[in-house]
Design a protein around this ligand. Structure first.
Ligand code: PMV
Length: 322
């Protein structure tokens, strides 16, 4: 038997940057994101004689090690598995393929082995693979809460995608692999950034503001808190020793242009993760114009337009004859 599961990546508006327990991959604070549509990871999993992992049809050693280390951690008694994952989006888009990847893996594993996981358990299992994957189990607007006392995360759906269909333009400015992975980068920041503790203590305030903005569909309030969270995270990164600078000159050019557009009355704001690509979040109906505008900026090599989408799901189950 094999199971095929799908998941979309998500983009954090209130960022996660720092772990309280690296072994359990527990964050130091909560986060809040929007799940995208169109960009998709599709993962087929079945029992097999030998463990095997293919990414886009090719063996990929680093990804294979990460996936099977996660499988061994979350299910030590697991059978041997054949796992084939495909991403329909360019890795150069700077979208967290680990978020959609581990969410799809979790759904496939749950279904294949009849684990009957609750939504909360799926989110926690996905989080063990990648912190942001804990959010891709749900669609639309998603909050991942962190309870420091209990040492747990819980996932909450705040609004469906169709309820407030914001649009996202991804402006690609560089396509090389990232210099420092998010996992290594956040551990470096927590160990060395003088602003790290202050950053962690700020997140709850930003989460409350973002949640309120989403409840009220207040674009301007969501824009303010999202840009502030993004820039505060980059300040923590840059103040690490040695500093982590994920922003390229073209990243900054795009950020400045988005600010000009917003000052001129266009409802758009920026967010940037651990890489040089900019995600421009637009009010419904505005992405075409924003994409055309950002495409003209020197250093922007491609733009992608997507909307908001659903949480991870099982697409099909197949019984193969021997
Ligand atoms: O889930 P990870 O380990 O890839 O970390 C994600 C970190 C950021 O993308 C920078 C922020 C976030 O909350 O997604």
């Amino acid at each position: 038997m094999s199971v095929t599961a799908c998941a979309h990546p998500n983009i954090a508006l209130v960022k996660y940057w720092g772990k309280s327990n690296p072994e359990l991959n527990l964050p130091a604070a909560g986060s809040l994101s929007i799940t995208l549509n169109q960009f998709l990871t599709r993962t087929r999993m079945g029992e097999a004689a030998e463990d095997l992992f293919l990414l886009n049809g090719q063996p990929q050693e680093a990804a294979r090690r990460r996936v099977f280390a996660w499988l061994d951690a979350v299910l030590p008694d697991r059978p041997r598995l054949r796992v084939e994952s495909e991403n329909n989006f360019p890795t150069a888009a700077g979208l967290a393929s680990s978020a959609s990847g581990f969410a799809a893996l979790t759904l496939a594993l749950d279904s294949l082995l009849n684990l009957n996981l609750s939504l909360a358990q799926r989110s926690t299992m996905a989080r063990r693979g990648s912190g942001s994957a804990a959010r891709s189990v749900l669609g639309g607007y998603v909050r991942l809460a962190f309870d420091a006392g209990a040492g747990e995360t819980t996932v909450h759906g705040l609004r469906d995608a169709a309820d407030w269909p914001l649009e996202v333009v991804v402006a690609v400015t560089e396509s090389g692999p990232k210099a420092v992975s998010s996992g290594a980068g956040m551990n470096h920041s927590s160990a060395t950034s003088p602003y790290y503790d202050r950053w962690v203590s700020l997140v709850d305030v930003d989460l409350a503001a973002a949640e309120e903005a989403i409840a009220a569909k207040d674009f301007s309030a969501l824009a303010d808190v999202s840009e502030a969270s993004c820039l505060a995270m980059h300040a923590v990164m840059m103040a690490s020793r040695p500093g982590l600078i994920y922003l390229s000159p073209a990243t900054l050019a795009v950020i400045h242009r988005i600010r000009e557009l917003r000052a001129g009355g266009t409802n758009v704001f920026f967010t940037v993760d651990a890489g040089p690509q900019v995600k421009a979040v637009c009010a419904p109906g505005l992405a075409d114009g924003v994409a055309a505008d950002l495409k003209r900026i020197a250093g922007v090599t491609a733009v992608h337009q997507v909307g908001l989408g659903p949480g991870a799901w099982v697409e099909s189950t197949r019984v193969e004859s021997a």
